[in-house]
Design a binder for this molecule. Structure first.
Ligand SMILES: *[C@@H]1O[C@H](CO)[C@@H](O)[C@H](O)[C@H]1NC(C)=O
Ligand SMILES: *[C@@H]1O[C@H](CO)[C@@H](O)[C@H](O)[C@H]1NC(C)=O
Ligand SMILES: *[C@@H]1O[C@H](CO)[C@@H](O)[C@H](O)[C@H]1NC(C)=O
Length: 364
């Protein structure tokens, strides 16, 4: 008669996957044997996440059904993987299916298991969790702009990491506007051709095995007109020389440049023999080839972007004839003259003489 009772309890609890009470379990009830053979477990294997250097969050799924008897509490145990001993993580009752485990030791490997209890008794222990190692996580550094290039950098460390960039709510993809890179734990995004519409909040989202995190940066686009960082300066040249005028200028936003001679626009293609235009990353040059007295004029350059313009000007003075050579410098002339003759395939006598004057003029 006595052993019929656990049998009844078991019949009630079977869908709950709970064992009969510990007293019942010691009997030789057929139901008990049946249960043992099936190896029914009640609670899913716990999962540890949000690992820090001394804590982690362990969660699990409740039993599919409580079988009419409410789950009263869960029991969560931890074990250092190299040890055999299981230790309860808390003496408190755990009513939720998640628990924040504290006081772990950095560098050790921990496993977890969980069981539940209701009026009918306790379940079996769940399967053991995947081990975790508490360690210092390198926090995500907030993105920061590198001013000149308008690029955002974020530094963090983790394997199997996915990085996603957002501008407001919009996810960004690598294209001609955005260049997205992730190398050596540094995620970088370049915003190209920055304009006022790029103003706003940028978000870098990082997802790895342990969870996800986001960081934000604000971009304020300053609307500024171009500015000459190296302006034109007055020049003197001799007839036949090539004169190179150069300026450097801020390139964000990229300016359009126009050269003028005495207020008249010099357009590329107007006189290809006379003028050569060169530009490279903020350095803009105008070469006036084989100057004549007609090139004696004021030259100016205007740089414009959508926010404004800047200009500068300089005088080119063309001197028709070389001055008489200075006797004290005569030995040096010879060397320069020889060099000039080697380099030029023009009338050696005259060209050589002009180059010589030129060198004298520029290297006092
Ligand atoms: C990242 O992966 C490398 C090689 O797979 C491994 O040596 C390293 O320990 C891993 N680092 C982290 C933080 O998991
Ligand atoms: C330079 O200009 C002079 C006068 O216009 C001309 O005679 C000479 O051929 C030109 N030289 C070159 C290299 O263009
Ligand atoms: C350049 O030449 C112009 C015209 O001759 C003159 O007004 C100006 O002061 C000169 N600039 C410099 C920096 O010498």
């Amino acid at each position: 008669m006595v052993w019929n009772i656990p049998l009844v309890i078991w019949a009630h609890l079977s869908c709950l996957c709970l064992l009969p009470s510990s007293h019942a379990a010691t009997t030789s009830s057929p139901a008990w044997q049946y249960k043992k053979k099936k190896g029914l477990g009640c609670v899913s294997s716990p999962v540890a996440s949000a690992v820090t250097k001394d804590s982690c969050v362990v969660s699990w799924k409740p039993p599919a059904s409580d079988g009419g008897a409410k789950i009263r509490t869960y029991y969560l145990e931890k074990r250092e993987k190299k040890q055999t001993k299981w230790i309860s993580v808390t003496t408190d009752e755990i009513r939720e299916t998640v628990y924040s485990v504290k006081d772990l030791i950095e560098g050790l490997e921990y496993e977890f298991r969980v069981k539940c209890e209701n009026l009918g008794g306790e379940s079996e222990w769940s399967e053991v969790s995947e081990p975790v190692i508490p360690k210092s996580d390198v926090p995500i550094k907030a993105p920061h702009f590198k001013e000149e290039l308008r690029n955002l950098n974020v530094k963090f460390q983790a394997n199997s990491t996915q990085v996603t960039w957002y501008f407001g709510m919009r996810q960004l993809e690598s294209n001609e506007k955005y260049e997205i890179k992730y190398e050596d734990g540094v995620a970088t995004m370049y915003v190209k051709d920055v304009s006022k519409s790029d103003d706003g909040t940028y978000r870098c989202k990082v997802v790895n095995d342990y969870g996800e995190d986001s960081s934000y940066a604000e971009l304020f686009v300053k609307e500024h007109p171009p500015e000459f960082t190296l302006p034109l300066y007055n020049r003197t040249a001799y007839v036949g020389e090539n004169v190179r005028f150069g300026v450097t200028i801020t390139v964000h936003p990229e300016p359009r440049l126009t050269w003028y001679k005495s207020g008249q626009k010099i357009k590329p293609g107007d006189d290809d023999k006379k003028y050569t235009f060169e530009s490279d990353k903020g350095l803009y040059q105008l070469v006036i080839n084989n100057v004549t007295e007609e090139d004696d004029a004021e030259y100016s350059i205007v740089a414009r972007n959508k926010y404004g313009e800047d200009s500068c000007k300089a005088k080119l003075t063309v001197i028709p004839h070389p001055p008489p050579a200075d006797a004290t410098l005569r030995p040096m002339f010879k060397r320069l003259l020889a060099n000039a003759e080697c380099q030029e395939d023009l009338s050696p006598g005259l060209r050589g003489w002009q180059d010589l004057i030129y060198f004298l003029d520029t290297s006092p």
